[in-house]
Design a protein around this ligand. Structure first.
Ligand code: HEM
Length: 131
């Protein structure tokens, strides 16, 4: 199953290189960095991450196909998939809040950094361990 091995390698490679910027956005959001800077850098990171999310989906669907769609029966897959779907809106809300003028909304972007970071960790754990 050469196609499977190569796709799995691509999936993991994109997870590290592509999803890494999402982790960077999460760390930036929960830091004490000035919010304007978080919004500015966050936008760059987010562009890269969004493209990678598309690749994660494509390679992920191919992995499901070559494994006979069996993972669709597994609870871990659906938990990871729902978290995956939440990543895009989550990063958008973080950047939007960080770009706002009022300090209260800006500060509200901070706890979302934790939500993003924990979601990423849980996804990678579930995909790797397949409990
Ligand atoms: C943030 C998004 C994602 C991350 C970080 C991620 C990461 C990973 C990692 C680290 C593995 C383990 C590879 C190994 O065993 O060495 C994996 C496996 C897998 N992923 Fe993902 N993934 C993501 C999204 C998706 C999506 C959206 C799908 C499906 C639509 C998907 C389907 C799969 C499948 C089926 C496997 C198991 C392949 C196998 O070994 O049989 N992933 N993923």
């Amino acid at each position: 199953m050469a196609g499977y091995q190569h796709t799995l390698m691509l999936h993991v490679l994109v997870a590290v290189v592509g999803i890494g910027p999402l982790a960077a956005l999460a760390v930036l959001a929960l830091s004490k960095t000035e919010r304007g800077l978080v919004a500015h850098v966050g936008k760059q990171l987010s562009r890269w991450a969004s493209a990678s999310m598309g690749l994660m989906l494509l390679t992920g669907i191919y992995l499901l196909y070559v494994t006979g769609w069996g993972y669709l029966q597994a609870a871990w897959f659906w938990v990871a998939f729902v978290l995956y779907l939440a990543l895009e809106p989550l990063q958008r809300v973080i950047i939007k809040r960080a770009s706002r003028d009022d300090e209260k909304t800006q500060a509200a972007s901070r706890p979302l950094g934790w939500v993003l970071l924990v979601s990423l960790i849980v996804i990678v754990y579930l995909m790797y361990a397949r409990p």
